[in-house]
Design a protein around this ligand. Structure first.
Ligand SMILES: O=C(O)[C@@H](CO)OP(=O)(O)O
Length: 248
């Protein structure tokens, strides 16, 4: 049996401000840093250790990983930054207030943009300063791999090769891995792992900074999964994430 740990980053400045974030590279708040340290403490107390860590190229996930590793006295851990673990690109919604957007377009439309499997948010114009074409961290990518918006299906299409080429081989090689990523890139991974339907994935919300353990069989099929933190606090945090997209 294999065990891997997923973790969504701690609270970011735009989580606090309730803005659509996507590929915008915002940092953690003080609360987010505390959540990341707490995750390290919880993992340490539960007896976890790791050989290798994966994260995105966005600083909220990278810093969460650093703080978690620091708390576990694992700063030496090899880290692979993979853009394919980035948050789902939020297109032209990036930077907008979620509640105001819901007041303007309706809760249902915002739920579709936030959680549907195959309806992307409106795309950025190619010349929009929010587009990532000139960002050096994506310099090695073909231009058509850099999104202007993404639905979850598009995120699955980039996360799946990351799983097949990086994560799964590391797990099979016996490495204990920690993956610090984002709400929707983790939803994409979990949808794929658990075979969640396009319909049911709408209801899945991932809380900030809570280690999520997956136990996998020899074929890397999930046996069970569980959060390490307090179940009531996790359920409340998941409900809070779900409610972020509603008009006040
Ligand atoms: O804004 C975002 O990029 C994501 C994660 O914070 O938000 P949501 O939960 O609305 O998909």
């Amino acid at each position: 049996m294999y065990k891997i740990v997923f973790m969504r980053h701690g609270e970011s400045t735009w989580n606090l401000e309730n803005r659509f974030t996507g590929w915008t590279d915002v940092d953690l708040t003080e609360k987010g840093r505390a959540e990341a340290r707490m995750a390290g403490q919880v993992l340490k107390d539960a007896g976890f250790t790791f050989d290798l860590a994966y994260t995105s190229v966005l600083k909220r996930a990278v810093r969460t990983l650093w703080l978690t590793m620091d708390e576990m006295d694992l700063m030496w851990l090899p880290v692979k930054n993979d853009w394919r673990l980035n948050e789902r690109h939020y297109g032209a919604l990036q930077g907008l207030d979620k509640g105001e957007t819901a007041a303007k377009y309706g809760d249902q439309q915002v739920l579709v943009w936030r959680r549907s499997y195959d309806t992307p948010p409106p795309a950025l114009e190619a010349g929009d300063p929010r587009a990532s074409f000139d960002d050096p961290r994506y310099a090695g990518l073909p231009k058509d791999a850099i999104p202007l918006t993404e639905c979850l299906k598009d995120t699955v299409a980039r996360v799946l090769p990351c799983w097949n080429e990086e994560l799964a081989p590391a797990i099979r090689a016996g490495k204990k891995i920690l993956i610090s990523a984002h709400g929707n890139s983790l939803r994409a991974l979990i949808k794929m792992l658990d075979g969640i339907s396009d319909h049911d994935i709408v209801g899945l919300n991932i809380p900030n900074g809570q280690p999520l353990v997956y136990e996998l069989d020899k074929d890397l099929k999930p046996i069970r999964h569980y959060y390490l933190g307090d179940p009531a606090a996790i359920a409340a945090a998941q409900a809070a994430v779900a409610n972020q997209g509603k008009a006040k």
